[in-house]
Design a protein around this ligand. Structure first.
Ligand code: PGA
Length: 263
């Protein structure tokens, strides 16, 4: 796991955008796994700027989002499809037909989940998976106790997750937050060629410490990334504040080619 402790979230967004930018220029039909929530917003702004000012071309890029709320239509302002259109897709030259978000309104979720997995496979698998982390250590909407081998499935959300998201995206109204979501599984995420997890702020410090330094456990789903072949973690000082071996991570980073992304 590469640990990059950034001076602030702007720098983290800049570096991750740089990594995605390089990937798309090298392979124009790059398959991106994308995330919603507060964490990737600056990343998407940076990608939009690179499209507008630096010719970053999304015309052949394909995307697969991690998750969607069960029961929210794509037109619902709190749906993750709406978020993705609003925060990224409407502002770059991506073909919407190449963008995928799980269907929160599916009549048969088992079939929808299987079709989602098959679609990712048909695209050749995910090159770069962008991830946030929940304060409970979830990735995607895979809550504690989800199988580390899980595939796309319907997941019941923990109260803490619903409270976090009520605050950010539902005007503080818990009753509005769906109780279930359809999410890529942890096994799905582990198959991506590169996984990039970003986390910012004190509220994520405990989950980040457990992910980086704790034992692999389904009680902290993000610990599964310890088994990922190429996981990179971009965090700010606050999210890094509970790491015990922080000096070591800084020393490793001092020699890392990832430093070039700071430019
Ligand atoms: P956030 O959510 O980016 O809104 O903090 C992250 C997550 O729950 O995975």
């Amino acid at each position: 796991m590469d640990i990059v402790i950034c001076k602030d979230r702007e720098q983290a967004a800049h570096m991750v955008a740089g990594l995605i930018d390089r990937a798309i220029r090298a392979k124009p039909d790059t398959v991106l796994g994308l995330a919603t929530g507060a964490t990737p917003i600056l990343l998407y702004k940076d990608l939009i700027r690179r499209h507008r000012d630096e010719g970053l071309d999304f015309s052949r890029v394909r995307t697969w989002n991690l998750d969607e709320y069960v029961g929210l239509a794509p037109t619902h302002p709190a749906s993750y499809r709406f978020f993705m259109n609003d925060q990224l897709f409407d502002h770059v030259n991506i073909d919407k037909a190449n963008t995928h978000v799980p269907d929160g309104m599916a009549s048969d979720f088992e079939a929808a989940a299987a079709a989602y997995e098959a679609g990712i496979a048909a695209d050749g698998g995910i090159d770069i998976q962008v991830l946030g982390i929940g304060s409970d250590g979830h990735i995607g909407f895979n809550e504690p106790t989800t199988s580390l081998a899980s595939r796309t499935h319907v997941q019941t959300l923990m109260l803490g997750t619903r409270l976090d998201n009520a605050r950010l995206f539902f005007g503080g109204n818990l009753d509005e937050v769906p109780k279930r979501a359809i999410t890529m599984g942890i096994g799905t995420v582990l198959e991506s060629r590169t996984a990039i997890l970003m986390a910012f702020g004190k509220g994520k410090a405990q989950a980040v410490a457990a992910m980086v330094e704790g034992a692999i456990s389904h009680m902290t789903p993000a610990t599964a990334l310890q088994m990922h072949r190429d996981a990179k973690v971009f965090i700010d000082e606050e999210a890094a504040s509970l790491l015990k071996n922080i000096d070591f991570y800084r020393a490793v980073y001092a020699d890392s080619p990832l430093r070039a992304l700071e430019a």
